[in-house]
Write a protein that binds this ligand. Structure first.
Ligand code: G3P
Length: 219
């Protein structure tokens, strides 16, 4: 399973990248705003800064919601850097745009996906990635992980090449469950990635090893 970090914050991206396990980055307009990156030029510069740090796919989201606008913005984003994947919302013109981008060899991430039907359309249009938001489904008492399972079954049934990019991940068990289901990618904030490191028996065992080493060195 590939690991992407879901943030626009450069320090967090650097920290995850330094672990050596990072395969890419996802962003969205809310994450840009959270990091105080506003205005078209600053946002483009942030994408370039991210691409400088990470050797992998970087999702850059369009703001337009009409076909012409999505295509114009998407082409400009794709031209910024070879690592850019154009993130397009799951709407009618979004699907048309994804088909256009597919035909023109521009990679896409279909975002804001909440149902199997939406994911089928994204795959049929040739999206590189589909982003089901599992945490937001959990928030409204729907089973987000069940959606990831359904998508895995459907995509495997038809050998769709679209990669399932599990998004809106909130905690480390979401990551583990996505890996068990067979999601292709998990995109997560820094915190749940780092939480994967933790186990009290690791801490206890390491403390014991170090104490025994010290005893052996100073008998
Ligand atoms: O990648 C999608 C993600 O940014 C949404 O996460 O926590 O806002 O639902 P969240």
């Amino acid at each position: 399973m590939k690991f992407f970090i879901d943030t626009a914050n450069l320090d967090e991206i650097r920290e995850a990248n330094e672990l050596g396990i990072l395969d890419g980055v996802t962003t969205n307009p809310s994450l840009m705003a959270k990091d105080n990156v506003t205005g078209e030029e600053n946002i483009k510069q942030r994408y370039l800064d991210i691409c400088e740090i990470v050797d992998g796919d970087v999702s850059a989201e369009v703001i337009a919601t009409d076909l012409e606008g999505i295509i114009r913005e998407g082409e400009a984003l794709a031209n910024l850097h070879p690592g850019i994947v154009v993130k397009v919302p799951m709407i009618k013109d979004g699907i048309k745009a994804i088909k256009y981008f597919t035909d023109n060899r521009i990679r896409t991430n279909c975002t804001l996906v909440f149902s199997p039907g939406q994911a089928i359309l994204a795959a049929k249009a040739g999206a590189t990635y589909v982003s089901p938001f599992l945490g937001r489904l959990d928030d409204i008492s729907h089973d987000g992980l069940a959606l990831i399972e359904e998508l895995r079954t459907i995509y495997d049934n038809y050998h769709f090449e679209t990669q399932i990019l599990a998004a809106s991940i909130r905690h480390p068990m979401h990551i583990v469950e996505c890996a068990k289901i067979g999601a292709d990618v998990a995109t997560c904030p820094l915190k749940p990635i780092m939480q994967l490191l933790n186990h009290p028996l690791t801490d206890k065992g390491l403390a014991q090893f170090l104490e025994d080493y010290r005893k052996g060195s100073n008998p």
